[in-house]
Design a protein around this ligand. Sequence first.
Ligand code: ADP
Length: 332
Amino acid sequence: MEKVFEGIVDTEEKIYEDSLRPSYLSDFIGQEHIKKSLSLYIKAASLRGDIIDHVLFYGSPGLGKTTLATIIANESGKGVITTSGAIIQRPADIISTLLGLQEGDVLFIDEIHRLPKIVEEFLYPAMEDFAIDILCNDVDKGGERSATRMPLNKFTLVGATTRAGMISSPLRNRFGIDYHMEFYGVKDLSYIALRSAKILDVGINKPAADFIAKGSRGTPRIVNRIIKRCRDVAQIEGDGLITLNVVKDTFVMLRIDDNGLDAMDRKIMTAILEFHDGGPVGINTLAVTVGEDDETIEAMHEPFLIQQGFLERTPRGRKATKKAERYFSDSK
Ligand code: ADP
C-alpha cells in the first residue's frame, strides 16, 4: 500500500519537505492563534533583549511542529539544532549539543515523550538555570563521584510530541508556552497546495488544489505528498498541469477516497462495524484484526477518524458512530 499517510519521513522526503518549509511566520499558513501569540512573544522577548520561553507543541505528525521550531529561530535571527527523543538514551548523548549551543539558539527535540526519565531529569537544570550537572570522578577524594555544575548559553527548548498523554508533568511544567496544534481546514490546505506547487514550479488550478485539500486529512505533509504524486500523473497523462482529473486519478491510484480515507482507515472501520458489531473493541484486538500495530493506529488513523466523527473512544474501547454506519454502508 502506498504510504501517503504514514508518519515516517526518510532522507529523500526530508530534502523535499525542507524545500517546501516556510521560513518565517508570514509564509506559515493557518494556525492563526499560534502565529499571533508566537509573534507577540518573539517581539516582546527581543524588545527585552531576552530569549523566548521554552515552547511545547502537541499535535499529529505533519502539522508543522518542526517548521514552527525553525521559524522561531529564524524570526529571532538565531540558529536551530534539531534532535529527537528517540535517539537520546543517556545524558551523555546530549551533553555536547547543550554545551555547543550559542546564546539564543533553539534546541528542537522532536518526539520528546520518548526521552528516558534520566535524560528528562538531566534537562531540568538546563531548562531552568541554563546549567548542567556533570558527574566526575574526583581524584583528590580517591575517585569519589561528585557533580560539577557547568553553565550553558541561554537557549530556547522547543519540544514536539504526537502523544500528549505521554509527557511527564514535571517536564510539561517546565515549558512556559504550550500549543495544541489542530488539523487544518480545507481552505488553508488549499493555499498550502497552491504555495507548494508554485515552489515546485508545477501548474495547478484551484479546483485541483481544493480537491487535494479535502483528501489530505487536515495535514500539510499529506498535501505535499499528494502534490508530488499528482505531479507524476500530470506529466504522464497530461501536459504537466495538475487538474481536477489528474487529482482524481491520483486518488484512485493511491486508494484514497474523496474524504481522505485510505485503505487502512476503511479496514479499521469495517473491522469495528462488521467483526465487532460496531464496538466497543479494545485497541489490541483491533490491531490484530486489521494487521497493523496499535501505535500506528493510535497515531496515524484514530485522530483523523475521531475528528471526522466516525470513531469514538470509550472507556471500554473504540466504537463506530452512527455516521460511520451510514458512510460505510453507502460506500459498499
Ligand atoms: P511535524 O514536525 O509536525 O511532523 P513539519 O513541520 O515537518 O511537521 O511539516 C511537514 C511538511 O508540511 C513540511 O514540508 C512543511 O513545509 C509543511 N507545512 C507544515 N505546516 C505548514 C504550514 N502551516 N504552511 C505551509 N506548509 C506547512
